[in-house]
Design a protein around this ligand. Structure first.
Ligand SMILES: O=P(O)(O)OC[C@H]1O[C@](O)(COP(=O)(O)O)[C@@H](O)[C@@H]1O
Ligand SMILES: [Mn+2]
Length: 653
């Protein structure tokens, strides 16, 4: 039996049988369309340009379309330039303008036409109204006309008239750029980001800005995201971590200009306290100069050391206040022999690479000095009041979660805690024990509460402790290692101490039965389902494969991170799921644009991992349930009109 009150509300939108029937017809038309392409990326790590290229090129899909459409009309070079235009319109336009042999006006004309043809090819899967919604503001009318002018006899003149006036009004560049953007957005119906947008690379802020224009995007938070979410919630431990990492990668432009985080209190403190200390072990890993905020490497090293020491002190306090986190083995400052400059870890004594600790009181090593306290309070204020950062974090909350299930795919960044037998492990946090999916759901709730409704009596700087735990805790599904050895990496030469052991999950996931059990746990049919993870780079150099569990699980940790390409040998993987197939794209490192406007693009290698028996339609996807429910409600409404239970408004017909 239907709910008459609800139907009355619905009747405001569909006031008569004709309006309701028209909508049913639209919805049925959508259900019969092919499934849109889903595109999966992970571990972007601040590499804005490489990321943008992956999106703009749709991992080679654009190139394939161009090759198909223009096989006879354009030669290889022309097709290459058309692809380059879609990948990076401003750069390609600049190159063309610098070339005196090219008639720019004619070039614009030719290329608007070519782009319209590509746009048409990538929009065949959508309703006309959906395509229009994705076309840029102000141009949607003329672009729609160009896309659908099918009157062969008059088409030529009509096209010419529209394109001429685009050029005449001086809008050709904007028109071309926005058309390329529309092509990209139409090529990918839904974007899944399986975590780790932040850290290492220089511009996660630009990645977030770009993604915020996308409606159909979702995030599965990674450890490098949750630590930023914790900092945004006010956690001192998270704040110290994000600043230490990004100072170590020399990302000052992003911190100070991108997010407006004022590092002056830290730099003047560091320059004073470590004035005579060369801080050799703390030199930035990347020496590329910042455009707006150049910081000398000596100052950067001092800031790095100052914030690292503050981090270890703050973390020590968080560990002691949260015995349940089981992080006692990470209490290291009290294991230092400050007179001899050594440390004892697991019964072994190691020399420290740096023994100058002017701010540590050996009697109370985790206590912040008054100055350090002032600095961290300042930094916390700067981070929590950054409007830009808070907007980005809120978007991560509204469009993200710890995991997602969509169209038989289970996506999460790291792992699921399991015991020695591969059974889902019961983990206890804040007095509650959960395992498997329930553990994810419980943690997800804790994270949202910590950000949106923190307890008022939380100790200063302890806000968002749960995010800090998820950043480096052994039972964190986002981390999945026994320890994070930041201290050892900075202070001890012996590499054996740097080792971080991955959890049992990473062995078990080679096993198909294990993967199927996970799929079942999350309510997915194990025969049809797949798992997608990021987090651990696939080292193809060492013969590793991104395909695990006999094809049930794919690891797409990018390796897009420049800092990691020498270990992986590639620039990572992306995953594509369209109406015909599922494929992995293996990327080669992104070659940045040269100052002379030249750029080389190497298309990724595409491996089809599953071919479907028949083309999948929207009716076969998760979206169908929602659409079908709408159809059913509209049918009920029509029935209610027919029976006279709701009055029809036919005045507008
Ligand atoms: O190489 P870097 O940037 O210093 O980072 C090393 C740290 O990053 C981590 O690997 C976590 O980052 P990922 O999530 O990208 O693996 C830690 O386990 C490790 O201590
Ligand atoms: Mn990660």
């Amino acid at each position: 039996m239907y709910d008459l009150k609800y139907l009355k509300l619905l009747s405001q939108k569909y006031p008569n049988r004709r309006a309701a029937s028209a909508e049913i017809i639209n919805l049925n038309a959508i259900l019969a369309l092919p499934k849109g392409t889903e595109y999966y990326l992970s571990d972007l790590h601040g590499e804005y340009e490489a990321f943008r290229h992956m999106i703009q090129s749709a991992s080679g899909v654009i190139k394939m379309k161009i090759n198909e459409i223009f096989a006879d009309e354009l030669n290889g070079r022309q097709r290459y330039h058309l692809a380059s235009l879609i990948y990076n319109a401003p750069a390609e336009i600049k190159r063309v303008k610098l070339n005196p042999t090219i008639d720019y006006r004619q070039w614009c004309k030719d290329n608007i036409l070519r782009l319209i043809i590509v746009c048409k090819a990538v929009s065949t899967k959508y309703t006309r109204s959906k395509v229009r919604k994705r076309l840029p503001k102000y141009w949607e009318y003329s672009m729609d006309e160009l896309l659908h002018a099918d009157d062969e006899a008059n088409k030529g003149t009509y096209y010419d008239a529209i394109i001429d006036s685009v050029i005449e009004t001086g809008m050709a560049e904007v028109y071309i750029s926005q058309l390329t953007q529309a092509i990209t957005e139409l090529c990918v119906d839904r974007l899944h980001i399986i975590g780790d947008i932040f850290d290492r690379g220089s511009h996660p802020d630009q990645i977030m800005d770009y993604l915020m224009q996308y409606d159909d995007v979702d995030f599965q938070w990674g450890n490098h995201d949750i630590v930023w979410m914790g900092a945004a919630a006010g956690s001192w431990a998270c704040t110290a971590n994000i600043l230490r990492m990004n100072i170590s990668y020399n990302n000052f432009d992003m911190l100070e200009i991108g997010y407006g985080i004022n590092l002056r209190p830290l730099s003047s403190f560091a320059n004073r306290v470590y004035a005579k200390d060369s801080c050799e072990a703390f030199m930035p890993k990347i020496l590329e100069e910042n455009k707006y905020d150049p910081v000398s490497k000596r100052t950067a090293a001092k800031m790095h050391k100052a914030i690292a020491i503050m981090q270890f002190k703050i973390e020590g306090q968080r560990i002691k206040d949260n015995p349940e986190f089981n992080l006692n083995h990470r209490l290291l400052l009290d294991k230092i022999d400050y007179e001899n400059g050594t440390i004892e870890i697991k019964g072994k004594t190691y020399e420290l690479k740096d023994t100058n600790f002017p701010t540590i009181d050996p009697e109370d090593p985790y206590k912040l000095t008054d100055e350090e306290l002032r600095v961290i309070r300042n930094l916390q204020a700067s981070v929590t009041r950054s409007k830009k950062l808070q907007d980005h974090i809120k978007f991560l909350f509204s469009h993200g979660a710890l995991y997602k299930v969509m169209n038989d795919k289970l996506m999460f960044h790291g792992c699921i805690p399991v015991d020695a037998n591969g059974e889902f492990e019961k983990c206890t946090i804040y007095g509650e024990s959960h395992s498997g999916k329930a553990f994810f759901d419980y943690l997800d709730g804790l994270v949202r509460k910590a950000y949106f409704s923190p307890d008022e009596d939380t100790k200063e700087g302890a806000e968002g402790d749960i995010m800090w735990y998820l950043w480096l805790g052994a039972k964190s599904p986002l981390f999945g290692k026994d320890q994070m050895t930041t201290f050892e990496r900075l202070f001890i030469a012996d590499k054996a101490t740097h080792k971080e052991h991955t959890s049992g999950y990473y062995k078990f996931r080679d096993d198909r039965v294990f993967c199927e059990r996970i799929l079942k746990e999350f309510g997915i049919d194990p025969k049809r389902g797949h798992i997608l993870n990021g987090h651990v780079p696939v080292k193809i150099k060492d013969g590793e494969s991104p395909i695990k569990g006999e094809g049930k699980l794919f690891v797409i940790d990018g390796g897009i991170s420049k800092a990691y390409q020498k270990t992986t040998g590639i620039a990572g993987y992306t995953f594509i799921y369209n109406s015909w197939l599922m494929a992995l794209a293996e990327h080669k490192p992104y070659m940045p644009l040269q100052p002379n406007g030249k750029q080389t693009f190497v298309a990724p290698r595409i491996f089809i991992v599953d071919k479907l028996d028949k083309r999948i339609l929207v009716r076969d996807t998760d979206q169908a349930e929602e659409l079908q429910a709408q159809v059913n409600e509209l049918k009920d409404l029509i029935e209610a009109y027919r029976k006279g239970l709701i009055k029809e408004d036919t005045s507008q017909q």
